[in-house]
Design a binder for this molecule. Structure first.
Ligand SMILES: *Cc1c(COP(=O)(O)O)cnc(C)c1O
Length: 230
């Protein structure tokens, strides 16, 4: 990454923070209630470093292996770095995920819950978890079906005693996100869960108006990602 781009990260981060503050003012919310998760996936460690230099502490990655390649060194120099897993997790990566991440936002099925519980017992480390809900009921998308949420909540919170703190969703690309955000907020209220991870570069301000406590922003901070390779 060029010097120019590093400056770009700091500038864009400042702009996103300002937008978050404005959305909070509009929603009559305290900006301290909203955590910006900087999504650094596909970008190299120098991009995350530029954000760290600009005071960003919370990062999101969607692949365990990619995060393993970047974050252990960054965390050594920044012990208060807070790393969230926001992408689908395979059960065979549970131990790696528990070892590396501080929050797992993509817990979405019983088998994964049991596997994470086992990994947490073994490693004696207990990252917080969010339950990911497939609010658009899209067949190809991760997340539990809305109709299965309550059962997943009972299993994870009551039976397995995981540290479940809230809900996460990724609305369908081709639909207005607001109804999905409203739905997620209502479900979190019903279950008594305080955290709501919703909103990305295109819609984080809308999400804040509808109660997001975590917004996951990649492109607006780090620029366009290269298209996924085949
Ligand atoms: C990539 C990703 C984001 C960030 O998306 P942008 O549109 O680049 O802000 C947020 N959440 C999840 C789950 C992602 O995979």
């Amino acid at each position: 990454m060029q010097q120019q781009d590093m400056r770009g990260v700091a500038d864009r981060l400042a702009a996103v923070r300002k937008n978050i503050e404005q959305a909070c003012r509009k929603a009559e919310r305290d900006p301290a209630e909203v955590t910006l998760v900087a999504v650094s996936k596909t970008h190299g460690p120098e991009a995350a470093q530029a954000a760290l230099d600009a005071g960003q502490k919370v990062f999101g990655e969607n692949r365990v292996q990619e995060a393993q390649g970047k974050f252990p060194a960054l965390r050594e120099a920044n012990p208060d770095l807070d790393l969230h897993l926001i992408g689908p997790l395979q059960t065979n990566k549970s131990e790696d995920a528990v070892a590396l991440f501080d929050m797992i936002e993509s817990l979405d099925r019983p088998k994964l819950a049991r596997s994470l519980a086992k990994a947490m017992d073994k490693l004696q480390r207990r990252p917080a978890c969010l339950l990911q809900v497939n609010t658009g009921e899209e067949p190809q998308k991760a997340g539990c079906a809305p109709g299965e949420l309550e059962a997943l909540f009972r299993l994870t919170k009551e039976e397995l005693d995981l540290d479940v703190q809230g809900l996460m969703c990724i609305p369908p690309l081709d639909e207005p996100p607001a109804p999905h955000f409203q739905f997620l907020r209502q479900r979190a209220r019903d279950l008594g869960l305080p955290l709501l991870s919703m909103g990305m570069s295109a819609d984080y301000e809308t999400a804040i108006l509808l109660g997001a406590t975590h917004v996951r922003v990649g492109t607006a901070i780090f620029g366009q990602r290269p298209p996924p390779s085949a």
